[in-house]
Design a protein around this ligand. Structure first.
Ligand code: NAD
Ligand code: GLY
Length: 374
């Protein structure tokens, strides 16, 4: 790697996965910088996959940068939204790749949020049994979480992210400038995944988020830069130890068991993923409290921070006739479930988490309380 051509403001976070190791670049103006993509595979053709919201903002600029590397730079603009993260949209990527007669050296670039990133990564994993791909995440959530670690996939009506593959990108390019156009609700959704890293791995980071939540909400550049960098470091540390989630990596799903049930139960897209995770973390912390693992003070701090980040803390009623039953039904489809038993990420002590099966009565009690508490 040639250090001298990189802009001095670029921070590089390594993710160590043997021959699948790569760098996460964090900085300003990176999509315009040829050096961001230096040393990567550069087949003759490239396909940038984006969506109808992100493409008008950033596609031309990425094309202008990549045309210096590839002879042909194609693009595909997908419909926007979680509701489109399914088989039919994914197939549009395969249609395009085949129509263009793309070969095994074609590089896919995911330009967008987690939906585009997850689908493009899955397409890259499948096309000709695997072509190289690069993540260019443009939401806070994608920069701090979804673009890192190689989880790719799509939703199924019966379960969130249930069809997919582990497939690592060649690089992740987090251009912080793209966050300036993000709607406020999406910024908050991203903060949910930033907050997540505190209770599961680093309470000093949690303290820092608490102290800087106003600056984060105001999009202060230096504060956002640190939040993205530290989040990527923690995720890289976890994934580096457990790439395919045989154990430790499950802690990254803190709040997600409840959250995925909310997303699926409300209809994909009604609650943003980050909103469901924010509320789900509060529910999972309540569960940890009910198990006697964390105290009320921790619970209150988490709830308050989630609220300050503009995220919901009252869970939605998914079925007025049998709300608990509906939550349970949806949570049994969770990937962490074993032999039909739901397992939750609980906080052992603040800064440390683990997977645990929890008695249904306790879960039911937390759901009941969370759907009414404010
Ligand atoms: P998203 O991809 O739907 O993006 C949110 C919205 O912001 C979209 O409307 C998008 O078009 C728009 N947008 C994106 N960048 C923008 C920009 N710079 N300016 C203006 N608008 C912009 O949602 P997300 O929150 O980025 O990602 C959520 C998805 O990520 C979910 O499907 C979730 O399951 C997945 N996810 C995956 C992982 C993983 O490890 N693979 C981890 C967490 C979440
Ligand atoms: N977002 C959860 C994971 O990457 O494992």
């Amino acid at each position: 790697m040639n250090e001298t051509v990189l802009k001095p403001s670029v921070v590089r976070v390594p993710i160590s996965l043997g021959e699948r190791s790569y760098q996460i670049h964090v900085g300003s103006g990176l999509i315009d910088e040829a050096s961001s993509f230096e040393d990567l595979a550069c087949g003759q053709s490239a396909l940038i996959v984006s969506n109808e919201t992100v493409a008008p903002l950033y596609l031309d600029r990425l094309v202008a940068t990549l045309i210096k590397r590839h002879r042909m730079v194609h693009s595909l603009v997908l419909p926007d939204g979680e509701a489109h993260k399914h088989w039919i949209t994914l197939n549009l990527v395969f249609d395009k790749l085949l129509q263009l007669q793309c070969d095994r050296k074609t590089v896919l670039y995911a330009l967008g949020g987690g939906v585009v990133g997850d689908m493009t990564g899955f397409a890259a994993a499948c096309y000709m049994r695997g072509v190289p791909f690069v993540q260019v995440p443009t939401t806070l959530l994608a920069q701090v979480d979804s673009s890192v670690g190689g989880k790719t996939g799509i939703n199924h009506p019966l379960g969130k992210n249930m069809i997919g593959a582990f497939y690592q990108p060649l690089r992740v390019i987090c251009d912080l400038d793209t966050l300036s156009t993000l709607p406020p609700r999406e910024l908050s959704a991203g903060l949910a995944e930033v907050i997540k890293y505190g209770p599961i791995a680093d309470m000093a980071f949690f303290d820092w988020i608490e102290a800087n939540i106003d600056a984060l909400m105001a999009r202060d550049a230096a504060t956002l830069a640190f939040a993205v960098k530290r989040s990527c470091e923690i995720k890289a540390w976890v994934v580096g130890q457990d790439e395919r989630e045989s154990g430790l990596r499950a802690i990254l799903n803190f709040g997600h068991t409840f959250g995925h049930a909310i997303e699926a139960g409300m209809g994909y897209g009604a609650w943003l993923h980050g909103e469901a995770v924010g509320c789900g973390m509060v529910m999972a912390a309540r569960l940890s409290h009910a198990l006697g693992l964390v105290d009320q003070a921790f619970l209150s701090r988490l709830e308050s921070l989630v609220q300050k980040a503009g995220l919901p803390v009252v869970a939605p009623v998914l079925d007025p006739h049998d709300n608990v039953g509906r939550y349970m039904e949806l949570m049994r489809v969770d990937k962490k479930a074993e032999a039909g038993a739901i397992r939750f990420v609980v906080i052992d002590v603040p800064g440390q988490a683990r997977l645990q099966a929890v008695p249904d009565e306790l879960v039911a009690e937390v759901i009941g309380r969370s759907c009414t508490e404010s």
